[in-house]
Write a protein that binds this ligand. Structure first.
Ligand code: CDP
Length: 325
């Protein structure tokens, strides 16, 4: 496919991209769990110039009732871009793109949440994109997974999402803003790291079969790095909690220094990426009944969800707004 933007040089002779990254390099990533006091679980994520905030409520009773499934719960994600998230003011409210992204995000998350453990309920996931710079659906899905774990929702694992593609006739990891606009292909991808199951796969543009396979491989490898950052954010959040007496409360801490994943993915060991200096600063403690450890322990049976969790209201007045647009 000929590049209609041939004047825009997305990759130079040395294989360096417009933002200075190499072709196999992630943008800097920072993940904080438990940043909101009112939501059951939350996450703030920066990915390059993307800024995403996620709040989770549930499991709680589904309203309207005809949406209840007597056999399992549902996950309702709502993706929303703030009006100020892009350079051209975005008209407030849902558009077709937001409805699409909400749908694919809900489906991807339903693949990891143990929905059969809490029939007739919903887990509501509110994804607010504060600043957008390409890859926001992946940033939102990645952050939503952390927020769900932060809420103690029973899950078999988290989802990690990333979009790679083709720019200036080169395959490139983690497509940036100009690359998204002027590149040749973009492949948003979400995976469950523990099983390798792909729960999100889209493609914009054209790739050969071989290129597509390489892009999937790049996404898969990078996803493992991002997974370490997700887990480290939760460990940091819950290790702060571990030192508290039952019922003891503390004020939320100020956002900690940014944990950042940079550098070529081949060169950076996963463990190092997962434990940069910034992760040592503890955040506010989680609710006393949180069970996030169960989410992360290999082979552990899913934690039981007590009836009272379903009944526990997060405000009945809010119930009908869950997941609605
Ligand atoms: O964000 P993502 O790559 O998942 O989705 P996209 O539809 O491919 O959008 C790519 C980028 O276009 C977004 O991240 C925004 O930076 C930008 N965009 C925009 O400027 N205005 C919109 N109404 C929608 C997207």
């Amino acid at each position: 496919m000929s590049d209609p933007y041939s004047n825009m040089k997305l990759v130079d002779e040395n294989g360096v991209r417009l933002d200075g990254r190499r072709l196999d390099e992630l943008r800097p990533i920072r993940i904080e769990a438990g940043v909101l006091n009112r939501a059951d679980g939350s996450c703030y994520l920066e990915w390059g110039n993307n800024k995403v905030l996620v709040g989770v409520y549930g499991p709680r009773e589904v309203h309207p009732k005809h949406m209840q499934n007597p056999l399992r719960g549902i996950v309702q994600a709502r993706y929303n871009m703030a009006s100020f998230s892009v350079s051209e003011r975005k008209r407030p409210g849902p558009d077709r793109r937001a409805v699409e992204i909400s749908k694919i995000t809900s489906e991807a998350l339903e693949a990891v949440v143990l929905v059969d453990q809490f029939p007739r309920t919903t887990v509501d996931v509110y994804i607010e994109v504060l600043e957008a710079s390409a890859g926001t659906r992946c940033a939102g899905l990645t952050a939503a997974s952390v927020a769900l774990a932060d809420a103690g929702i029973p899950m078999k694992d988290m989802v990690v999402a990333i979009a790679s593609g083709k720019i200036g006739d080169h395959l490139a990891l983690d497509i940036g803003r100009a690359e998204d606009n002027f590149g040749q292909a973009d492949v948003p991808f979400g995976v469950i790291p523990r099983t390798g199951e792909i729960v999100l796969l889209q493609m914009d543009g054209h790739l050969t079969k071989e290129e597509f396979e390489t892009v999937i491989e790049m996404n898969m490898r990078a996803a493992m790095q991002v997974y370490e950052l997700q887990k480290a954010a939760l460990v940091r959040r819950y290790s702060a909690f571990a030192g508290l007496a039952p019922g003891e409360e503390s004020e939320p801490a100020a956002p900690a220094a940014a944990p950042v994943a940079t550098g070529p993915m081949a060169a950076a060991p996963v463990a190092e990426l997962g434990h940069p200096e910034g992760f040592k600063e503890p955040l506010a403690p989680p609710p006393v009944d949180a069970k996030v450890e169960a989410v992360l322990v290999e082979g552990e049976a899913a934690p039981e969800v007590e009836g009272e969790e379903v009944e526990e209201p997060n405000g009945d007045d809010e119930a009908s707004s869950g997941g609605g647009y």
